[in-house]
Design a protein around this ligand. Sequence first.
Ligand SMILES: [Zn+2]
Length: 163
Amino acid sequence: MVSLVVLHSISLPPGQYGGDAIERLFTNRLDCSAHPYFESIRGLHVSAHFLIRRTGQLLQFVSCDRRAWHAGASQWCDRANCNDYSIGIELEGLEGERFTAAQYAQLVVLLRALSRRYAIDAVVGHEHVAPGRKHDPGRGFDWGRLARALRWSRARLPFAPQD
Ligand SMILES: [Zn+2]
């Protein structure tokens, strides 16, 4: 049962926005010869439930009732393998860089919808469930902004500043 949401950032190639490379990657249709960076991720089989583009556009790749391959080796509290019990949301962006107002707005809508369907204990970053190995969404993601918009208990947003 889903009890966790893991936030990520992705752009392909890194720092380049728009285009359909992310969709292609998540649906195993990326032409790895189309860009030198794509060659470096050839053979990578990953997916996420959702992608929120810079414009706020929301795309879904995997049913929330199915496992997606977004977290890899990971752990939250005492539970390993976050893919088994989490929903993965990718924000189009670059680790350490900021995200758009439209993305926060769409993220809030999506998280509210998910919390009506599932008992979400926490929303965390990939960097928090795979520390040292992963660094997304990174310092540019404003957890305080998300917390203010959602008005959820801080227990569910453990990385929002406590103010
Ligand atoms: Zn990630």
